[in-house]
Design a protein around this ligand. Structure first.
Ligand SMILES: [Zn+2]
Length: 148
């Protein structure tokens, strides 16, 4: 599923969710920005993959950009998470925005050189200062509100 970066989230919804912006919904048919991210960003993103994965699906999405079938991220000594079946939701106090990315964004960044938009990069780094936002609860509430 492809969405422009920073467009209103509307995956599987009857109407777009204002205030929730998509990041990293890449497709093989659309060019995307490439570049390097900082160590700080990668530490923060990995932490978010542990705490902020929401909207889990039963199956797994594959990466459209390559043929790798099962994609994992190591989150600890012997722990790993399989990517492709959830989204990462994140709120930035500073930007007053919520971002929704496929959890495959990790793979897009570190295996395909994708560079997410600056507000998202900032929001991910901002999360290092502490997360006082229940991603699961808030995502559920917002997703449900699209059907009202
Ligand atoms: Zn890939």
């Amino acid at each position: 599923m492809h969405f422009e970066d920073l467009s209103a989230y509307q995956y599987d919804l009857p109407k777009p969710l204002e205030g929730v912006m998509t990041v990293g919904w890449l497709s093989s048919s659309a060019p995307f920005q490439q570049g390097a991210v900082s160590q700080e960003f990668s530490v923060a993103l990995k932490r978010l993959l542990i705490t902020n994965r929401v909207n889990k699906t039963r199956g797994y999405h594959r990466c459209e950009l390559c043929s790798v079938n099962e994609i994992y991220v190591c989150t600890g000594n012997k722990e790993k998470i399989r990517l492709g079946s959830a989204e990462l939701w994140l709120r930035s106090e500073r930007n007053q925005s919520i971002y929704a990315a496929p959890d495959l964004i990790w793979h897009y960044i570190f295996d395909h050189g994708y560079l997410p938009p600056v507000p998202f990069v900032d929001a991910v780094i901002e999360s290092l200062a502490g997360i006082n936002w229940n991603a699961n609860e808030e995502a559920r509430r917002l997703l449900d509100s699209a059907f009202l």
